[in-house]
Design a protein around this ligand. Sequence first.
Ligand SMILES: C[S@@+](CC[C@H](N)C(=O)[O-])C[C@H]1O[C@@H](n2cnc3c(N)ncnc32)[C@H](O)[C@@H]1O
Ligand code: SF4
Length: 380
Amino acid sequence: MELSFYVHIPYCVKRCGYCDFNTYTPAELQISDGLSQISNSYIDLVVAEIQQAKLSVGEATVPTIFFGGGTPSLMEPTDIAHVITEIKNSFKLSEDCEITLETNPDTVDKQKLAAFKNAGINRISIGMQSAVPHVLKTLDRTHNPQNLSQVTQWASEVGFKDISVDLIYGTPGESLADWQLSIDAALALPINHISAYALIVEEGTKLANAIKRGEIDNVDDDLTAEKYLLADQAFTAAGFNWYELSNWSKSGGQSNHNIAYWLNKNWWGVGPGAHSHLNGLRWWNVKHPNLYKTKILGNESPKLDQEILEPMQIESERLMLSIRLPSGISKDSLSIEQVKTLEPYLESGALDQHKWGAGSVSLSLTGRLIADRIVREILL
Ligand SMILES: C[S@@+](CC[C@H](N)C(=O)[O-])C[C@H]1O[C@@H](n2cnc3c(N)ncnc32)[C@H](O)[C@@H]1O
Ligand code: SF4
């Protein structure tokens, strides 16, 4: 059996104003000496959960490992190496095992990037978000946009072939020209993958509160849609093809880890709040790092709760995930009624005519803007 690993690193130096991920700052954890002491002791807990995974799963081949956060690049490279070695010793790494580290540009220099490479990391995903200072300010990001090209250059120089950047579009106050600048800046980097996400204003974040108080404008949905079209056009022209609604890559640059999620493969999520999926059983861990630590040190499973996926749920998720991919949904797997429901979308140009003729329900460029609406129509 194949089993991917997601390793959650729930720490950030500072919380960005838009982010509601399960991550904690020294201030929130009431740690006075910053995060420097955390790496080693946290990684011991991660290693213990991997041992629990081994006892539970037995033999498995690991095709991908993803260190996500939070800010995994805050960890010491020796600690990241320790985790990779533990997974390698407990399971079998596939020959071309993809091992990604999410990286905040403010947290690394060339030497640290080289050390991550030596530790076994072979793919770097860098949080760029925007190249425009006023947009980064609205997002309440700390990093200096100049660091970004420097860090990407270093990553390339120390030998990383697979480098990705994350972008956010639709930030209030971001004009089309601003977004074009960010696109151009990303495309000038030595990268082979781009994730571009529409900004989600998450309830309870600093950004959401500032919008509520009227200090920042709300997101303009029409402008955000225009930005998606602009991005797709520019990325495609530069040789980055979409392989999921929010992800573009050069040939061979796709993230196999993301693909494993979208195809509902098996993965074990290690760390506080991490989600796992194993043969139709899904579970998630306790959210807070302190409770997680108590569970692991007490030799208990950190699992908070679980669900067994019902056939209807599996089918709904299959539809929701596959519509986001260029291959789309096979028409043969749909009922006559579902196919009929989709016909108006074919007529309006939201579905790809050619692929429809070849038997699949695949979104056209304009259809990608209304993917959720289309899939809702055929949900059971
Ligand atoms: C959890 S972050 C990890 C990367 C790293 N911590 C960093 O920010 O540099 C993964 C990505 O999620 C995206 N993200 C987080 N919150 C978002 C939101 N509210 N709307 C859209 N994208 C978001 C950002 O693009 C971010 O790079
Ligand atoms: S966007 Fe990244 S750096 Fe910012 S708070 Fe979220 S996880 Fe941390």
